[in-house]
Write a protein that binds this ligand. Structure first.
Ligand SMILES: [Mg+2]
Length: 408
């Protein structure tokens, strides 16, 4: 089979021990230790690989963990943090690929076009660039699979966890991957179906695709036959993304400094610049937000987050920065040097869907935005430096990553 017969591929990105990884991004001192999330729920919701190795399983009661595994660190869960990192990862994927589907809080599918591959040089380089940016920005690792179908991409991302990149481009590679995958671990094969398949002598995903399709069709439901086709390299499931960029939930802008700095003025000027970028993109799409966050990342890869609710829906960087400024001093710890910053606009709403309030505050916010839009027009005509917020003026130029627009 010609391995270049397809004109697009599928990517699956899967967070490694996601909830625990998010906690570790805030508490790196626990890195490498057995950590369980779920103290507040009374059961283990997520475990680090080290905790799994000890024997902690999902759903195990906290009192039992404390008794049987006293070395385990048990943390409460912080769903807002996971949501924020998840939003950011989605925005990162969107900065590389046009069609991205959120599958769960820590999983996304995306379409990979051959032009994307060419731009990076290979599928593997593309996957590694995405992985690297996610790690650099959020301090969590993702495993990535790229293959001819969604089911194969999902199989691939599992094969080399954590931080794995597995690319399946031809039938040989696919079959090797399927041989390593137990049938009960296949996406779409339920707990009730797998014992039946095992009884029929189907132990691996490879056994499953080699099994008579007539039998599968006769004795099982339609989705299982579709799965058999997908694992055999016939793409049936498409990316359920909205191609409309106005449907995106969040926009982010990040930057990395060289050299790192602990000067609050430099850090603030970066954040200010991040806010301008993110807001300009939102204005371009006529999207507004009331929910913003920022992060700073130290040279030790500690992430500090803060978020704020805005009084009105806006994309005025001044309003965003005013809301976030009080938190800057709370996230800057003495002595810590910052190597990157980012601003994320969350829960974006289309301009036409923004509710008007009784006191006209929203209307005056819109009026204020007209000024920013005029400034956008000036920048479009004379270049980005033509009009800049005073707080964004800075000493040197830094490497920048934005969730838009990709490349020329
Ligand atoms: Mg995961």
């Amino acid at each position: 089979m010609n391995e270049r017969s397809h004109d697009s591929l599928f990517l699956h990105a899967d967070g490694d021990s996601f909830f625990v990884a998010c906690e570790l991004s805030q508490n790196p001192e626990y890195d490498g230790l057995p950590v369980v999330v779920g103290e507040d729920r009374g059961i283990a919701v997520a475990m680090s690989p080290e905790a799994k190795k000890l024997g902690v399983t999902r759903g195990m009661p906290v009192f039992q963990i404390k008794k049987e595994f006293p070395s385990v660190i048990i943390l409460p869960h912080h769903f807002d943090l996971y949501r924020k990192i998840s939003d950011g990862v989605y925005a990162t994927l969107l900065s590389y690929l046009d069609r991205v589907e959120i599958y769960s809080i820590d999983e996304c599918f995306a379409e990979v076009k051959m032009s994307d591959v060419r731009f990076f040089g290979s599928e593997k380089k593309l996957a590694m660039a995405i992985q690297h940016e996610i790690w650099q920005t959020f301090g969590v690792t993702y495993s990535i699979g790229i293959a001819r179908t969604k089911a194969l991409a999902k199989t691939a991302s599992k094969l080399n966890k954590p931080s794995g990149v597995v690319i399946l481009l031809n039938e040989f590679e696919e079959h090797e991957a399927l041989k390593k995958t137990d049938v009960e671990d296949v996406w779409g094969i339920g707990r009730r179906t797998s014992p039946r398949l095992i009884q029929m002598g189907i132990h691996t995903a490879h056994d499953f695709i080699m099994y008579s399709s007539d039998h599968i069709e006769r004795f099982f439901s339609e989705p299982l036959r579709v799965l058999q086709l997908e694992l055999s390299g016939q793409s049936i499931h498409l990316i359920a993304s909205c191609t409309d960029p106005r449907d995106q939930q969040s926009i982010q802008s990040t930057s990395t400094f060289r050299p790192p700095s602990n000067d609050p003025r430099i850090i603030w000027s970066e954040l200010s610049d991040n806010a301008e970028h993110a807001c300009a993109r939102a204005r371009e799409l006529r999207l507004l937000t009331r929910s913003v966050s920022f992060f700073v990342k130290t040279t030790e890869f500690v992430h500090h987050f803060a978020d704020a609710k805005l009084p009105v829906f806006t994309t005025d960087p001044g309003v965003v920065l005013n809301a976030l400024e009080p938190y800057l001093s709370t996230v800057l710890v003495r002595g810590e040097r910052i190597r990157s910053t980012g601003i994320i606009l969350h829960a974006l709403l289309r301009e036409e869907d923004v509710p008007r309030d009784l006191f006209g505050r929203q209307d005056s916010a819109f009026a204020q935005l007209v000024i920013e839009k005029v400034a956008d027009a000036v920048r479009t005509k004379f270049g980005r430096g033509a009009l800049m917020r005073a707080s964004s003026q800075k000493v040197s130029v830094h490497e920048r990553g934005n969730s838009f627009p990709k490349r020329g």
